[in-house]
Design a protein around this ligand. Structure first.
Ligand SMILES: [Zn+2]
Length: 229
């Protein structure tokens, strides 16, 4: 299993980040039992968000926009880097409401954490099923794993379309066999509908797929500091 964050150097918007990973020193920050579920294996310091960005010759302070597919702890922990800044954090309205509710009422505490569900982030909510968030960057609501999860579609000039599925699919088998990942799918019917939408989107665009935690898939692609244009 891997945890993925995507950096886009956009000609108009500047540096954009799609999701932020677990956050610094997360096994200590989260404590038991989460540090057991998300046990850290093959860890090197250059996997930290700021250092991975530095590998590409950029500084995390240069990030102009963050897009969140969903707000579970292993994707949103790194939002701590943007506390107290005015960097806009784009997320679907439904996901934002669900995440704050889950933390406040402890109904899904653990999946979402108070560590980063804070008021001093510059939350920017969007609504609806589809949004072209920047030129060439589209987000599609894909409910199922969570009520407000969005996948990101990036259309590149030379490399074509890439679809980043966040936890709609953990590994390629979930996509290939149209089979969700057990108890982690919060709403099965929604998941099935989203799955159909994504399969058709992939077919229409011939997109490369990047799944939420799939090490096998990621190994086939270039990773930082290599990139796609
Ligand atoms: Zn998740």
């Amino acid at each position: 299993m891997v945890v993925i964050s995507v950096m886009i150097e956009h000609p108009i918007e500047g540096l954009i980040l799609f999701e932020t990973g677990c956050g610094k020193d997360y096994p200590e920050a989260w404590g038991a039992p989460l540090n057991d579920i998300f046990a850290r294996v093959d860890y090197t310091e250059d996997q930290e968000l700021d250092m991975a960005i530095a590998k590409c010759g950029k500084n995390i302070k240069d990030v102009k926009m963050v897009i969140m597919g969903h707000l579970h702890l292993d994707y949103a922990g790194g939002l701590e880097n943007f506390l107290g800044t005015d960097v806009p954090i784009y997320v679907h309205e439904t996901e934002l409401k669900h995440a704050f509710y889950s933390v406040a009422t402890k109904s899904d505490l653990g999946a979402y954490l108070p560590h980063y569900m804070k008021f001093d982030l510059n939350w920017q909510a969007f609504s609806g099923d589809f949004l072209e968030i920047a030129q060439g960057i589209n987000v599609h609501l894909a409910k199922g794993h969570t009520p407000g999860l969005c996948i990101m579609q990036v259309n590149l000039q030379d490399s074509g379309t890439c679809i980043f599925t966040t936890d709609m699919y953990h590994v390629y088998e979930n996509f290939d066999s149209s089979h969700p990942q057990g108890w982690l799918a919060r709403d099965h019917d929604d998941w099935v509908r989203s799955n159909q939408m994504i399969h058709m989107l992939q077919k229409r665009t011939g997109a490369k797929m990047v799944f939420g935690h799939c090490a096998d898939t990621l190994a086939k692609y270039k990773t930082a500091p290599e990139h796609y244009t």
